[in-house]
Write a protein that binds this ligand. Structure first.
Ligand code: AMP
Length: 192
């Protein structure tokens, strides 16, 4: 089973992906985590990623498409994967379609976790207040979030009609509790 989780930054995609990993034995493919690992390794990719992420911008499509294309070909993905943070642009969505077709892999569910911007801003302010500075993600602050939300609405939200038009998009209410959102996602998956 291969799943895409869509939704704005801070909607809980990573949290819900973890639930799916535990319940369905899928692999979580978080492009944000992959980029953060590259930053930590100090590689050339990591240096580029750090500047882009800190500014709340997006990495170039070709780089992200290549990273995902390589990753989904690895053996641990054979049982199914959850894409968390990819695709983020229409070009990435189109490239994903093409690579899945070429690799003979199905796309089973596209799930949007929807959350209003105001709630995301409240959540981030609460998180900043609670998390010691040393433990905070560099891009986890109200100013960067504002920019990331703009980028989401301009570049990522247009993916929604792309999947909706193909009758693939299912929406869950990300403003509910973590457990309730998991339940909604579980119901979509069970319904097939
Ligand atoms: P995330 O952890 O998914 O919120 O991603 C953190 C940051 O990594 C984003 O704000 C982008 O700068 C970058 N990033 C992650 N995934 C992608 C992607 N698919 N395309 C472009 N940039 C990405």
């Amino acid at each position: 089973m291969n799943i895409i989780l869509l939704g704005p930054p801070g909607a809980g995609k990573g949290t819900q992906a973890q639930v799916l990993v535990e319940e369905h034995g899928l692999v979580q493919l978080s492009t944000g985590d992959m980029l953060r690992a590259a930053v930590a390794s100090g590689s050339e990719l990591g240096q580029e990623a750090k500047a882009v992420m800190d500014a709340g911008k997006l990495m170039p499509d070709e780089i992200m498409v290549q990273i995902i294309s390589d990753r989904i070909s690895e053996p641990d993905c054979a049982n199914g994967f959850i894409l968390d943070g990819f695709p983020r642009t229409t070009a990435q969505a189109e490239a994903l379609d093409k690579m899945l077709e070429e690799k003979g892999l199905p796309l089973d569910h596209v799930i949007e976790i929807s959350v209003d911007d105001t709630i995301l801003i409240d959540r981030i302010n609460a998180r900043v207040a609670q998390t010691p500075e040393a433990e905070r993600r560099d891009d986890d602050n109200a100013e960067t979030l504002k920019h990331r939300l703009e980028v989401y609405h301009e570049q990522t939200a247009p993916i929604l009609p792309y999947y909706e038009g193909r009758g693939m998009l299912k929406k869950v209410d990300g403003m509910k509790s973590i457990e309730e959102v998991s339940k909604q996602i579980g119901a979509i998956i069970t319904a097939g």
